[in-house]
Design a protein around this ligand. Structure first.
Ligand code: SF4
Ligand code: SF4
Length: 186
């Protein structure tokens, strides 16, 4: 069970877009900009450790600026993610949504040698985990591998940003490291 397919069907309860903070990679941001035409300075925010206590202090994607730590996240409004329609609960960026959104609520299992074993459903992410359909695991694993590569690129970029000693460094400058030619709103 879980090797070729996993029992799951999303019932669009909205929890993952309403209650969970989405952490995109720079590659996700580039895709969102390209496919939605939206300004990344408007749909991203940089949150502090007190806003996302579940991310460990040792996580390599913490950005350091002005003596504080920040994590890049999709901006959130009162009803949840900025791309979530408050009434229909549809994602306005569905075809361009971050890989994390596509992998939720699936949990990868690998062998000790790091080879694919199966997918199950995460038990602790708040999804009601309806099981009335079958999802093939091969596309999920491809997504996972792509996301893993993107996370490595992300860590490299964060390292460059964190090592920068520019005196006027601001946290939004991180966006300019991978998106050029879009003005920051005043
Ligand atoms: S980008 Fe779309 S799928 Fe992802 S959290 Fe936001 S509304 Fe939900
Ligand atoms: S929490 Fe689960 S059922 Fe609810 S919208 Fe997200 S994936 Fe679908």
């Amino acid at each position: 069970m879980g090797k070729d397919t996993v029992h799951f069907k999303c019932h669009h309860c909205g929890h993952c877009c309403r209650d969970v903070i989405c952490l995109p990679t720079p590659w996700d941001v580039i895709r969102l900009v390209r496919e939605t035409g939206k300004n990344p300075y408007e749909f991203l925010e940089f949150i502090t450790p007190d806003q996302i206590s579940e991310v460990a202090k040792s996580d390599p994607t913490w950005l350091l600026c002005g003596g504080k730590r920040y994590m890049m996240a999709l901006r959130r409004f009162e009803h949840g993610c900025c791309f979530l329609h408050p009434k229909t609960l549809h994602c306005a960026a569905y075809d361009a949504r971050p890989l994390l959104c596509r992998l939720y609520p699936f949990d990868l299992h690998e062998t000790r040698a790091g080879e694919f074993k199966s997918f199950t459903l995460h038990s602790n992410v708040g999804c009601p985990r309806h099981r009335d359909a079958l999802v093939p695991t091969a596309p999920l694993y491809d997504l996972y591998l792509t996301d893993r590569d993107h996370q490595e690129d992300y860590m490299d970029l964060v390292g460059v940003f964190n090592r920068s000693r520019a005196r006027d460094k601001q946290i939004c400058d991180f966006i300019a490291m991978f998106i050029a030619g879009i003005a920051r709103p005043k």
